[in-house]
Design a protein around this ligand. Structure first.
Ligand SMILES: *Cc1c(COP(=O)(O)O)cnc(C)c1O
Length: 369
């Protein structure tokens, strides 16, 4: 990997400087790189996307009895961050083409208790943000984008995570850019920055103290410890420096799969992902859809027998034990379960070789022959 030696160098520097705690040199470099990219008022690295979402829930004053609208086809963290505040997760069906929340079904799920909408940009492909922002404006709701998979993606020219009130990113190892475990919170409204800094620093105004704006710091709000070690930020920064290169490499692999599998799609055997013309995606994932769960299971087994790893993805939250306890599916589950059972992710990572892609593609053709 082109960034490994740089990551080594930056981490060494952090170690030698004896400042590996939070908000050091590399945390600041990452914050400003991401802020620049998004055009948000402020970006703060966090210990995870889950924690960035918890911060957004705290900043939005989500309380017991509130309702938060989100898709059921998502990672648990999307719901957890709000459930921890005592809110109920209200699940709305997805669109079968993008697997994103169906914007047309959101309004029907709103009640007097609704406080926020959480669009999840699945596979780094944007939700319909114009419609979602309009609904939020009409009902005075917060929009918290789960952009865990969305760095480097855009919607009508705007970066994902910069459109709603808050944008939450993940730098977990499974994402396009990684610090092992980590994330970031993007803030649109400058008046929310100070409180966000306090929440992230255990409810204290330590950030202000470090900037020399006050001469001692104190406990002034409820908060937690959401600040990652600078050592991890050093690792991440080496990747952000070459983000465009990594993004282009992933997109090339994505397009290669797409072109190679098109004939199989045209014959009606499989379905391929859909990216609206006004969305630029980041090739976080390449998936196909088989006919149904039986066919998908057979295909996974066939690929595995022949040395290729393909995996399914989220099992909808509303059927899980916690989903039943803390959530509710509002409206009809027309696509969430059915489509989730058909979806299969193909190997997708930076520097995926042509040989590996060809192997997977050939096997899929052999399976459907
Ligand atoms: C990865 C992911 C998360 C959680 O990210 P962490 O950094 O591991 O907390 C949340 N939502 C979605 C959609 C994700 O893909």
């Amino acid at each position: 990997m082109p960034y490994i030696s740089k990551a080594n160098e930056y981490m060494q520097e952090a170690i030698v400087s004896n400042k590996i705690c939070g908000d050091g040199k590399y945390t600041k470099l990452c914050n400003s790189w991401i802020k620049e990219r998004l055009g948000s008022a402020k970006v703060m690295l966090t210990t995870s996307c889950t924690h960035a979402t918890e911060m957004a829930a705290l900043l939005s004053d989500i309380k017991a009895g509130d309702e938060v609208i989100m898709p059921s086809y998502t990672f648990v963290s999307t719901a957890d961050a709000f459930v921890l505040r005592g809110a109920k997760a209200v699940f709305v069906d997805v669109r079968p083409d993008t697997m994103n929340i169906d914007e047309k079904l959101i309004e029907n799920a709103i009640t007097d208790r609704t406080k926020a909408i959480v669009p999840v940009h699945y596979a780094g492909v944007s939700c319909e943000m114009d419609e979602i922002m309009n609904i939020a404006g009409k009902y005075n709701l917060k929009v918290i984008e789960d952009a865990a998979q969305g760095l480097m993606s855009t919607y009508k020219g705007k970066s994902l995570g910069s459109i709603g009130d808050y944008g939450c990113f993940s730098f977990h190892e499974t994402k396009n850019y990684s610090m092992g475990e980590g994330g970031a919170l993007a803030i649109k409204d400058p008046s929310m920055i100070e409180r966000a800094e306090i929440i992230r620093e255990k409810g204290t105004n330590r950030s202000k103290f470090y900037r020399g704006q006050i001469d001692k710091y104190t406990w002034i709000d409820a908060g937690s410890s959401y600040l990652p070690a600078d050592l991890l930020a050093a690792y991440l920064y080496a990747q952000l420096e070459v983000a465009e290169e990594i993004n282009n490499d992933r997109l090339a692999s994505w397009n290669y799969y797409y072109e190679a599998l098109k004939p199989l799609r045209d014959k009606g055997f499989i379905e391929l992902p859909f990216v609206p013309s006004y969305c630029e995606h980041n090739a976080h994932m390449f998936y196909i859809k088989a006919k149904d769960i039986e066919e998908r299971t057979k295909l996974i087994e066939f690929l595995k027998e022949n040395g290729a790893m393909a995996v399914f993805h989220y099992i909808p939250l509303h059927g899980s034990p916690a989903g039943k306890k803390y959530g509710e599916f509002r409206g009809e589950d027309r696509y969430t379960t059915k489509e989730s059972e058909r979806l299969l992710r193909l190997p997708m990572y930076h520097k995926l070789t042509k040989e590996d892609k060809d192997t997977v593609i050939d096997l899929i053709y052999r399976f459907y022959r």
